[in-house]
Design a protein around this ligand. Structure first.
Ligand code: SAM
Length: 321
């Protein structure tokens, strides 16, 4: 790594996530940051989306594969004392330019507090935007996995798909398909189907909050046959997700505790307390099963957990509450 650069002037780099595309979903700070900038750098499509904010600014358009060029240009302009906005759709820290920019800056000798300031402006991600368009599919634990193998080896992606599927996460699939990468979504479907019903609801949302927006509600079995492209995000439900009146909804879990969602607590549960199968209740249940002669292996299988989790309860000497 280079020695810190002490010659730099006091420029600024603002890393701006401008949301899914429509002006009304851009944050106040994102708009102000672009207004404040002398130079705006971005992928040509992103520049088009904020065109009406660019009057009088130096605009640098870059192609898809020129991410590191964008970082270097931002650094060069900031060193000349300019304010530079690097723009990205969604949240710039989510599969965006924030990481590579910091990497390039640190490698070039920049340090926080050394003259050039860096600010990251968060934005609404594609997954939030797509979820909002189809209902409420992310209301419980979810994860996002990019199917792009341009910079990530496939075994890493496959391992994450397998783990997410097994753990019953709602999964947002980013970069699901492009002109050259057509097999990844088919492989993802195959891996997810190992642990999830073919009827699992799936939303395929293209160009959310942009002119060519399309929404397809389908199933895991049909997912790979949908119209999917570079600007698509695919949301795969968990085992509780359902479609009702054309909306994709993942329950928050109220039905585990309250009859008819809003009624009395169900037998054995208490409002404001962990579920009967919350951490302490579950440990008590495991101890009860062990006391009745069930093996750790059988208990692990019953709860779909590794045996090591049952062994941890056996080894836990803290007194139950
Ligand atoms: C490089 S990632 C950018 C992610 C972005 N920074 C975010 O926070 O959502 C590009 C991928 O984001 C998703 N994407 C971006 N904009 C989208 C939109 N308007 N509608 C649907 N998906 C979108 C697609 O999966 C696309 O392949």
């Amino acid at each position: 790594m280079n020695a810190p650069d002490t010659t730099q002037k006091t420029g600024k780099i603002i890393l701006v996530g401008f949301g899914p595309g429509a002006q009304e979903h851009m944050s106040y700070r994102a708009r102000a940051a672009i207004a404040e900038a002398d130079v705006v750098i971005g992928y040509a499509t992103y520049i088009k989306l904020v065109q009406d904010l660019l009057d009088g600014k130096e605009v640098i358009r870059k192609g898809m594969t020129e991410e590191l060029d964008r970082c270097n240009e931002a650094w060069e302009h900031a060193r000349q004392g300019k304010t530079v906005a690097v723009i990205s759709s969604g949240d710039i820290g989510v599969y965006g330019m924030a990481g590579p920019t910091y990497e390039v800056l640190l490698q070039s000798g920049w340090r926080p507090g050394s003259g050039i300031t860096v600010e990251v402006v968060p934005g609404a991600t594609a997954l939030s935007a797509c979820a909002a368009l189809v209902g409420a599919p992310l209301t419980h634990d979810f994860c996002s996995i990019s199917l792009s193998d341009l910079l990530t080896p496939w075994p890493v992606i496959a391992r994450r798909l397998e783990a997410a599927a097994r753990a019953d996460f709602v999964v947002a699939l980013y970069n699901p398909r492009s002109g050259r990468r057509t097999g990844q979504i088919v492989e993802a479907q195959r891996i997810l189907l190992k642990h999830r019903s073919p009827e699992t609801p799936v939303a395929v949302v293209k160009s959310a909050y942009r002119k060519k927006q399309t929404i397809q509600l389908t199933t895991l079995a049909q997912m790979a046959d949908c119209d999917i492209g570079m600007l698509t995000t695919v949301l795969v439900g968990n085992s509780s997700t359902f479609i009702g009146e054309g909306l994709m909804i993942t329950p928050r879990g109220y039905a585990n505790k309250y009859a008819e969602l809003t009624g009395e607590t169900v037998v054995g549960e208490k409002a404001g307390r962990s579920l009967s199968l919350g951490l302490d209740g579950w440990k008590a249940d495991v101890r009860e099963r062990l006391a009745q002669g069930e093996s750790a292996v059988d208990i692990a299988r019953f709860f779909n957990l590794p045996v090591s989790e049952i062994e941890a309860v056996i080894g836990d000497k803290s007194p139950p509450e």
